[in-house]
Design a protein. Structure first.
Lengths: 292, 300
């Protein structure tokens, strides 16, 4: 029986790897990010209006970068919420088995396309198109980024929302039809409220994906680290800043530490999103009596 | 499948009289249909555009030759090879770890707070932005372990990134193994480990494979984690060891579009790379979907 015990130990140890990596990432980000606060104060870092890391003396204010991420993410929500939730509702409520057999793989393919391909597509087709359409000096703007990010987050939203819709018990719908509601009334007043927290989980996770997306925003947002006045100006989200500048920094410099501090903030934002999504989905499962 | 199909319900147009609510229903359903169509249309435009432009560039020379004349001519063979090595390395690292974690969660049924802790960490790890994995890889593998910018650093970084999806896929397929299989094996006197190795894992294997294949698509296309851990824009050399830096398809697309001086000559090469990457990812998902369909029909 000794061998059985040994295997049990091995599996136990390996099972904690993901926890180990999560803790490792947290430690590394803190260790490499915190030294920047010796150069600038926390509030100066978060609230500072200018990001000139290579100037002498350098300016490490990441407000333009945070605003860049915020604008692009909020913009993406306007695309991925209607498209994602609409697709989920259509798949769950209206599509017959045949349509589902075609549409579900399409959504999966959309989810599988690498972000660099979206970025490339955005750069060569969408950005010039938007430049012509709105007659603006550059096509690489917060708007372009939002559009592409929104489409990228759509499959995430659609598949999670569809899952939660399929958990709504049949009896809910039947009861609604029995009192004379039509399909649309049943959908909007019974099914959507019942799946509401599942749909919100989907939206939060979609948002989390949009905030963390790097290559697309790097290629289509224009990369100007200034506080934007409108949606049709270039922005530089946090992820893009890290990806673009890490290659040029000297290891151990203030700029290097500042980029890790941005990474830390990104990490904390997505952590909060995920924890909130987890709490909502757990409550939702309890509400519908699904356990776990 | 669809609950609404079995229940008699008032259809739009089924009423002799005009009802406002049926008009609302029509408009509402139209918008749902529209959202699906927009999504499908976007995918269609993206695929057609990249395939149409990419296919003109891709030929035998493009696939097998290294780049020439400062990235303005020749092929992208080193980038294809680099992506292959990085993906292979990442999967080789993540697969044993991920399957072991799933086996522990499903077969050794630990206490619920342990399960919750591990599940929480998997979910959160899955939500970490890819560029943050890149930072972690840079600090730990490139700097701390001193692997340098190399295939090794890049593979390990990608492995950690893809670990959560391998765990979830394995866990799902282990859970799908009927309990009676395990009971039958234990009843014959097999030990716990023997049951896992000879009964549970073989039965769950197709499901695990599907998960792994889908992760291949994801790893091959990731760019942000390898920018500072593995990738280089231009090398005529093929990688000689796990410590060499490599070209990789996704990074190559980015570099062609943002670096270099001959944008007009580099863009077609980028189209070629995007086309190859897209083909790779689509083939890989098609294989995974095919295996899954086959598996479903087997178990009913």
């Amino acid at each position: 029986m000794n061998r059985e015990r040994l295997y049990r130990w091995i599996f136990t140890a390996l099972a904690f790897s993901s926890l180990f990596f999560l803790v490792g990432i947290t430690v590394v980000l803190f260790k490499e990010g915190l030294p920047v606060f010796r150069e600038v104060g926390l509030f100066e870092f978060l609230g500072g209006k200018s990001w000139y890391p290579t100037y002498e003396p350098p300016d490490f204010g990441i407000r333009p970068l945070i605003l860049g991420s915020l604008w692009v993410t909020v913009g993406a929500l306007f695309v991925c919420v209607p498209l994602g939730v609409g697709t989920a509702l259509y798949l769950n409520e209206l599509a017959g088995p045949r349509q589902r057999a075609v549409l579900k793989p399409i959504v999966e393919v959309l989810a599988g396309i690498p972000s660099i391909v979206y970025g490339f597509f955005g750069m060569v087709l969408v950005a010039p198109f938007i430049q012509d359409l709105f007659n603006i000096p550059v096509g690489q703007t917060a708007f372009t980024g939002s559009l592409l990010l929104g489409v990228m987050a759509t499959p995430t939203v659609a598949s999670i929302a569809e899952d939660s819709l399929s958990f709504v018990p049949k009896s809910f719908r039947e009861a609604s039809f029995a009192v004379g509601a039509n399909r649309w009334q049943t959908l909007t007043r019974v099914v959507i409220p019942a799946a509401g927290s599942g749909i919100s989980t989907a939206i939060i996770l979609g948002m989390s994906r949009a905030v963390g997306e790097t290559m697309t925003v790097l290629m289509v947002c224009g990369g100007a680290a200034v506080i934007p006045d409108s949606f049709f100006e270039p922005v530089r989200p946090m992820t893009a800043t890290i990806a673009a500048e890490m290659g040029e920094t000297v290891m151990g410099s203030a700029h290097y530490h500042a980029l890790f501090a941005i990474g830390l903030i990104l990490f904390l934002i997505t952590l909060v999103f995920n924890v909130v999504a987890e709490i909502i989905s757990r409550r939702y499962r309890l509400k519908l009596g699904l356990g776990r | 499948m669809n609950g609404t199909k079995t229940v008699p319900f008032p259809r739009a147009g089924g009423f002799p009289k005009f009802h406002l609510r049926n008009l609302t229903q029509r408009i509402g359903f139209f918008f749902l249909f529209l959202s699906v169509m927009v999504t499908v249309l976007f995918l269609g435009v993206l695929l057609v555009f990249i395939v149409a432009r990419g296919i003109q560039v891709v030929n035998w020379e493009f696939l097998t030759q290294p780049p020439r004349e400062a990235m303005t001519a020749g092929g992208v063979a080193p980038a294809i090879l680099g992506t292959f090595y990085l993906t292979l390395g990442a999967i080789l690292c993540a697969l044993p770890l991920g399957v072991a974690c799933a086996i522990y969660l499903v077969e050794y049924t630990p206490k619920s707070y342990v399960v919750n802790l591990i599940r929480m960490s998997i979910n959160n790890l899955a939500g970490v932005p890819s560029v943050v994995f890149g930072l972690f890889g840079l600090a730990i593998f490139v700097k701390f372990f001193n692997f340098g910018v190399s295939i090794l650093s890049g593979s390990l970084t990608l492995a950690i990134m893809v670990l959560p999806s391998i765990i979830s896929a394995s866990q799902e397929s282990l859970l799908a193994v009927p309990q009676s299989y395990r009971e039958a094996s234990l009843a014959l006197g097999a030990s716990h480990w023997q049951t896992i190795r000879k009964v549970v894992i073989p039965t769950a294997l197709p499901g695990i494979l599907t998960g792994v294949i889908l992760s291949i698509g994801r790893v091959a296309g990731e760019t942000a984690p390898i920018i500072f851990t593995a990738a280089t824009f231009y090398t005529r050399m093929y990688p000689s060891s796990v410590f060499s830096e490599v070209m990789a398809l996704p990074y190559h697309i980015y570099a062609l579009m943002t670096e270099g001086v001959h944008a007009d000559k580099q863009a077609p090469i980028a189209f070629g790379c995007a086309f190859i990457l897209l083909c790779l990812v689509l083939c890989v998902s098609a294989i995974a979907i095919y295996i899954r369909q086959k598996q479903r029909s087997k178990y009913g």
